[in-house]
Design a protein around this ligand. Sequence first.
Ligand SMILES: [Mn+2]
Length: 430
Amino acid sequence: MSEQIISAELVVKHNAARKADLDRDYASLGERLDRRGIAIEAIRDKVEKFAVAIPSWGVGTGGTRFARFPGAGEPRDIFDKIEDCAVISQLTQATPTVSLHIPWDKADPNRLKQAASRFGLGFDAMNSNTFSDAKDQKLSYKFGSLSHADAGTRRQAVEHNLECIEIGKTLGSKALTVWIGDGSNFPGQVNFAKAFERYLDAMREIYAGLPDDWRLFTEHKMYEPAFYSTVVQDWGTNYIIARELGDKAFCLVDLGHHAPNVNIEMIVSRLIQFGKLGGFHFNDSKYGDDDLDAGSIDPYRLFLVFNELVDAELSGAKGFDPAHMLDQSHNVTDPIESLMLSAVEVQRAYAQALLVDRKALEGFQEDNDALMATQTLKLAYRTDVEPILAMARLRTGGAIDPVAAYREAGYRSKVAAERPAVAGGGGGIV
Ligand SMILES: [Mn+2]
């Protein structure tokens, strides 16, 4: 039995106080779904198995480009971060893995493995960082990394990625995610084709160092930190990369990395159709890469993304095995609370998408009945699946209301007393 940070007794008491109401809500929803020919238990079972990874950097306070306001009891190092992730996992039972960022989380891999397994946590994809300069780094990434004009800088960036793979092997990770900040701020600053060719050459070296049972995820982003062009700017470029590298290379879709109003669910469909969808960084945005909590701005879009994922799952799309991760930055909320709710929102979108009557939808599509087709999606989206999510948590040892249980436990004030405030200052975004 793995160790639990929040007292098990508190969680049992919390759930006992809410169980009678939940039972009634669950039975009522079960009856309504039954009328639609859906067995509530089948949905609940799938929700119980659904998992999304927590990014280690998400449990700290991020911020904006302008300032960062440190929160009380912020994790001081990766071991504190793992404890915060354990709390999220305990109360939601939806986040069994942590995604590490190197060098931010660099520590003895065996110690890291031990620290995580204490709480029954595993490790998801490793994330390399060549978008900022580490302390005592020989060559700067100010003008790029894997696509840098200088061969020595490219070599250093390749070596860093290979090191991430080595660390990940000890941890039991099975994937490397590469996002670069390479690009340009001015027209003419960079030769597009040459920069991309240098990037591809560097990525081929990283790919060659990938163990057979690993996957390589590349993440596109339209702008930031470069404001005129980025080397991996869109899903088309990302698809080319995955095609050029080989069978173990896939595209990672961060929901915040597109132009406003881009049809992300269609991108998801295209990548699935051609076997190159690697996974997601879930978050939400209003304008750019806002890294807001999943489903906080446009929950319908999140649902539409999951509608594509469930469609692929049910139709047995070849090689379909997307990695789910959150990638968010919290400035005005407690990161643990935000991450718990985001994990639940992602689960919610999945459960809602499972309710879509796909046979009816197909019929409406074939009949060109646009109104009924879209209403078929809306019917699923409008269904309040909270009783299913709460029941899944209750049955797997989580809390019926994770945020309420977390606040009852007083975890934040407890760690605030144990973890002295880290000096603030400097830029915010993580
Ligand atoms: Mn991301």
